[in-house]
Ligand binder design. Sequence first.
Ligand SMILES: [Ca+2]
Length: 275
Amino acid sequence: MIVLIFFFVLLWNEAQSWGVKNGVLHNSIWLERAAGVYHREARAGKYQLTYAEAKAVCEYEGGQLATYQQLEAARKIGFHVCAAGWMAKGRVGYPIVKAGSSCGFGKTGIVDYGIRLNRSERWDVYCYNLHAKECGGIFTDAKHIFKSPGYPNEYENKLICYWHIRLKYGQRIHLQFLDFDVEDDTACMADFLEVYDSYDDITGFVGRYCGDELPDDIISTGNLMTLKFLSDASVTAGGFQIKYVAVDPPSKPNDEKNATSQGNTNFLSGKFGIM
Ligand SMILES: [Ca+2]
């Protein structure tokens, strides 16, 4: 229970830290693409890219490695990511807007690991591409249906979409997949949709989905959820349509137990207790 409360406090603090300041929405995944700069990790997970691989990731998407100056420019308008990544010229670092003890040593600015002599070290990457196609949205409504770009037509290549759902504190998000068709491969390496039970795509990973089988429903642990859709440079598919509805907190503890026994729903309730 203590762990549960701790995470609720954590989520609450994050929710509190959001807001528009100086015309810029701060500390949101939406700024993942600030000023053409965006963060990427390997499809195998965090800190898996050598310098050569990092460079290839950006170039594959039509961009290039971000320079230190580009990353700093993005940071100045609110780009905040707690993961070290390669930049141009073999440099490694990450941008911190909001000082915190768990990330960035309590400082703000670019946390700079300098130019690495060993280019085989494995980090994430910061790419720069002013022309990449952005998509996605931020939803705060109690229910909403959102679609892949162009739906019901096929989605395009080289998409990076973030949908960011933020409901009232205490509410949960019930995701339901109405239609789903994303280029299929065994490990979802080409195109994929990822679901995160958090305000960003760093923590709370729930699953990665591709193919044409409808994923099961998902119910969040908190009032925040992030969906990330990536398509690579070739082969598209029909896309998807996803609905969410707000779930009000259970009035009795027993209600939650009942909910977990529902058929094909991934009720993420116990998760924070396990962590
Ligand atoms: Ca594809």
